[in-house]
Design a protein around this ligand. Structure first.
Ligand code: GLN
Length: 611
């Protein structure tokens, strides 16, 4: 255990990296604070904050991450996503293009259809605000403010002074508004729409907010801090697309070429960068370059991308790491103790049950790899997929899974799923994939799934399992080698006990005072924490550890109506004295049973550690 001071002094390397960026770029003094909106000119050029939010909801912060500033153009992607989800993609996509314009943000130019080039330049953003105004009227701004707040994970306010300042001076945006209105892109009054747009630009955020908002974009619309699904994955992916092609205005091509992370800047000094499936970055530093992008913010993004090689088009993935274990049932039998004839059948058909334990995300490549692994060996009758370590499933992965299950069904292979709780969200998804496929079964525990498949194999190869069978002491492996007379003597000291289903026969911790030989039915042995050690059927002994230990280490419970011979330890000791040869045989048999269990346990440990 590290000492308390040991913990305190350790810093995650990513935080150290952000510290270094902050120290290094704080000395960067190029650029100028925007003052075409007079109120923005009051910003302190020294302020510098960097925040990075991870998709598991951790937020790193360095410098002035709590200083509020106006969001400005960083509102554009969010209002575009909101418009897509509120009005439907068809309506939004028919009013606003998605081609980069190569123009500055405030360009007064429309495309060949007299529509805005894209939603990241002012014309497109004003059109988005217009669409929301059409739908929500006077409530439009409040609707936008609430949505921005869900991305940030907190209620956001407005800088009234910046709003008033831009309203008073924003003639260029008014010009764009009238151009849109004369081309019927705006249906409502220009002054009303612009008041929504100017207000949305004056929403106050911090670098930390921007990081969380970015992480929500990077996380398919789920805010990683609040867990809320803020927008649909469709709206998010299309928003990231236009950020990629146009987020940095006339610097967009250069940006995506060099940095390779979808981003959006605002003249308030903020930059947002969202790397899908990885992270969200927010920075604040008010001095801007000639494109209107924060000078220090750009440096931070460049450094992050190059230091960790995060360019989004420079990626690979190893599909093979989704299989954590792949074996036949012989390598990991269920905890059900089997009688000799069952064991023989299972050993002869061990490769008829294949178990594949999966981990992590089931994506297109992962599932494809699994299907090829399955096809590379002779086809089994049962395939058990253990999903307990699977954390997510992509849509492509789900589609391939369904196709693979159909393929297996066509070849009469039964699919058994384990590791998914009934009624859970994962379980619902699985029910969807497997709808209409008849060969799928599911069990929560892998062990139960293996046991079920073993039973099927035993049945199929003629070894009926009859729980109502009554066995005699002569069939007990622990008593192998005893003469009929010895067995009769032993039986005479035993009592036949009857148990109801669910009845507890032995409790952990009690003194161990007798041995049991199961005559009929089934019992299971569990540790006090509920872990099943074994299920026994007629013909097997339990409580036999009393021969070696004075106290019970596990519980034994009847699975169904069961009967057993109980032989008190005292009487058994007396029997051993009278029949020393038989006593020795029993101890040898016990040693053999323990050795067999050890071999099984070792194979299981081996299986756990070899992947
Ligand atoms: N409100 C600003 C404008 O319309 C937003 C521009 C920006 O941040 N690039 O001029």
């Amino acid at each position: 255990m590290p000492s308390a001071t040991g913990w305190a002094s350790s810093k995650p390397p990513l935080l150290r990296f952000l510290d270094r960026c902050h120290a290094q770029f704080a000395t960067e003094d190029d650029g100028a604070v925007a003052d075409y909106i007079p109120e923005l000119g009051k910003a302190d050029p020294a302020h510098f904050g960097i925040s990075l939010a991870t998709l598991d909801g951790h937020v790193y912060e360095v410098g002035d991450t709590k200083i509020p500033f106006t969001i400005q153009s960083i509102s554009k992607p969010f209002v575009f996503a909101l418009a897509l989800d509120t009005l439907g993609a068809a309506k939004v996509e028919s009013a606003i293009g998605v081609e980069p314009s190569g123009d500055p943000f405030n360009s007064i130019r429309l495309n060949a259809e007299n529509h805005p080039f894209n939603p990241m330049v002012n014309a497109g953003a004003i059109a988005c605000s217009g669409l929301i105004h059409e739908a929500k009227g006077d409530g439009a701004f409040e609707y936008i403010r609430q949505a921005l707040g869900r991305f940030a994970g907190r209620e956001l306010g407005v800088d009234e002074a910046v709003y008033a300042s831009e309203s008073a001076t924003g003639d260029r945006n008014r010009a764009i508004g009238y151009l849109l209105r004369t081309n019927a892109v705006l249906k409502d009054r220009v002054d009303l729409v612009l008041s929504v747009y100017f207000r949305q630009c004056a929403v106050l955020v911090t670098a930390r907010d921007i990081a969380v908002m970015a992480a929500t974009l990077a996380n398919r619309g789920v805010n990683p801090v609040t867990g809320e699904q803020v927008m649909t994955p469709y709206a998010i992916s299309r928003t990231l697309s236009v950020m990629t092609s146009s987020g940095m205005y006339d610097y967009a091509g250069e940006w995506i070429y060099r940095v390779g992370i979808p981003a959006k800047s605002g003249v308030g000094g903020g930059i947002l960068a969202a790397l899908p499936a990885r992270l969200g970055l927010g920075s604040y530093s008010p001095k801007l370059d000639k494109h209107g992008n924060s000078v220090r913010g750009i440096k931070v993004c460049e450094a992050l991308s190059s230091h960790y090689d995060l360019h989004m088009l420079n990626r690979s993935d190893d599909a093979r790491n989704s299989i954590i274990a792949d074996y036949d049932m012989g390598r990991n039998p269920s905890r059900r103790s089997r009688r000799a004839h069952e064991q023989q059948i299972l050993a002869a058909h061990r490769d008829e049950v294949r178990v594949i334990e999966l981990v992590g995300t089931l994506s297109f490549s992962n599932v494809d790899y699994v299907s090829r692994q399955l096809a590379s060996k002779p086809r089994p009758q049962f395939v058990i997929f253990d999903l307990r370590r699977v954390t997510s499933l992509t849509r492509a992965g789900a589609r391939l899974v369904t196709e693979e299950f159909r393929e297996l069904a066509a070849h009469r292979v039964t699919v058994v799923l384990s590791g998914v709780k009934r009624g859970s969200r994962e379980w619902q998804i699985i029910t969807e994939w497997t709808a209409g496929i008849s060969n799928v079964r599911d069990f929560y525990l892998l062990d139960t799934a293996i046991e079920w498949a073993e039973d099927q194999i035993v049945y199929r190869y003629g070894g009926a399992i009859d729980f109502h069978d009554t066995t005699e002491l002569s069939e007990q492996p622990l008593l192998a080698g005893l003469t009929p007379e010895e067995l009769t003597d032993l039986a005479s000291v035993g009592m036949v006990r009857h148990y109801k289903a669910g009845e507890k026969i032995i409790s952990a911790g009690e003194a161990a005072t007798s041995l049991y030989f199961l005559r009929s039915g089934a019992v299971h042995i569990t540790l006090p924490d509920g872990v099943r050690l074994a299920t026994l059927t007629a013909g097997m002994a339990f409580g036999e550890m009393a021969l070696l230990e004075s106290h019970r280490s596990a519980d034994v419970t009847a699975d169904m109506a069961a009967t057993a011979f109980e032989i008190p330890l005292r009487d058994f000791d007396r029997f051993r004295k009278q029949h020393p040869r038989a006593g020795e045989a029993v101890m040898r048999n016990l040693a053999q049973l323990l050795a067999d269990r050890l071999i099984v346990a070792n194979t299981k440990v081996d299986l756990l550690t070899s992947y």
